[in-house]
Ligand binder design. Structure first.
Ligand SMILES: C[S@@+](CC[C@H](N)C(=O)[O-])C[C@H]1O[C@@H](n2cnc3c(N)ncnc32)[C@H](O)[C@@H]1O
Length: 269
């Protein structure tokens, strides 16, 4: 099950380490909202967290700062080296195949990126199953996805209709990217044996407008007032799951159900 070599090439050019702190409003929204959603659901520090697809460690850094014990796994060697350079524990690995790690060994498992890069349903199911196996009973699995219906709300995205129809963005010289429907993300979590799943919009209902305004003004930093408004809209949408389809990213938060429930659902005594 080799990882497509084009993933490494895809991340070779940009600086994934600096993306979330670039000052662009859309990126600041992603960071602030991911922080508040995770902090609202993680157990108190020090929790043990496996950050699968953690890249250079953008989230592992602040989680470590919060007092958690974080380990990053990523298939791109360059990302793992960048994570090491920041003093993070990190190793090369694939979300679909983490068999050397023992069952139920983490309080939380993060999948903040791998599902974008697994266009095949079997690969996504393997990543979910590994996350569900590795998290302790009652622990948290947090999985991010690209929202299938955001690009079609963004008049500047030529490929919006294609992505809405197929869920796929096929690049001629790069990796194919997968876009989820909120309900599909919820179903994938359920099939992996996770429960209590809620799907949140990360950047929220202002996502398409933020991207459009950045394009028209030529500046990604739209200022504090726009950021505050976008954050208020995203927080409002947390109480309205039907608004998740207006957000650039989705975040599924799910829990590993107790073994007793597994036995009940499988009909075993
Ligand atoms: C958009 S980046 C997100 C990085 C980081 N989690 C964040 O939120 O800033 C997606 C990450 O997923 C990683 N990735 C891609 N395919 C993966 C796979 N099969 N298993 C684990 N990670 C994968 C990439 O190498 C990349 O670091």
């Amino acid at each position: 099950m080799p990882l497509l070599p084009d993933i490494t090439a895809f991340y070779g050019g940009g600086d994934e380490a600096a993306r979330l702190t670039s000052g662009r409003t859309i990126d600041t929204l992603e960071l602030v909202r991911t922080q508040e959603l995770l902090r609202g659901h993680l157990p108190p520090a020090p929790a043990s967290i496996l950050d699968v697809g953690g890249g250079p460690g953008a989230h592992a850094r602040w989680l470590t700062g919060d007092g958690h014990r974080v380990v990053v796994v990523d298939p791109v060697e360059h990302h793992v080296r960048q994570a090491h350079a920041q003093g993070l524990a990190a190793f090369v690995g694939d979300a679909r195949q983490l068999g050397h790690l023992p069952d139920t060994s983490y309080d939380a498992v993060l999948l903040l990126g791998p599902l974008y890069h697994l266009p095949d349903a079997v690969g996504r199911a393997q990543a979910w199953q590994e996350a569900a196996r590795l998290v302790r009973v009652g622990g948290l699995v947090a999985a991010a996805a690209l929202n299938r219906y955001l690009k079609v709300q963004d008049l500047g995205a030529d490929d919006g209709l294609e992505v809405a129809k197929t869920g796929l963005l096929v690049r001629p010289n790069g990796p194919t990217t997968y876009y989820h429907e909120p309900a599909e993300l919820q179903e994938e979590a359920g099939r992996a044996g996770l429960s209590e799943t809620r799907v949140y919009g990360v950047q929220g209902p202002a996502s398409a407008a933020v991207k459009a305004r950045a394009r028209h003004t030529g500046s990604g930093d739209l200022g504090q007032e726009a950021l505050e408004r976008a954050l208020a809209a995203a927080r409002f949408a947390d109480g309205h799951p039907e608004l998740a389809v207006t957000s650039l990213h989705l975040l599924a938060l799910a829990r590993r159900r107790p073994a007793a429930c597994d036995e009940a659902s499988s009909g075993r005594p």
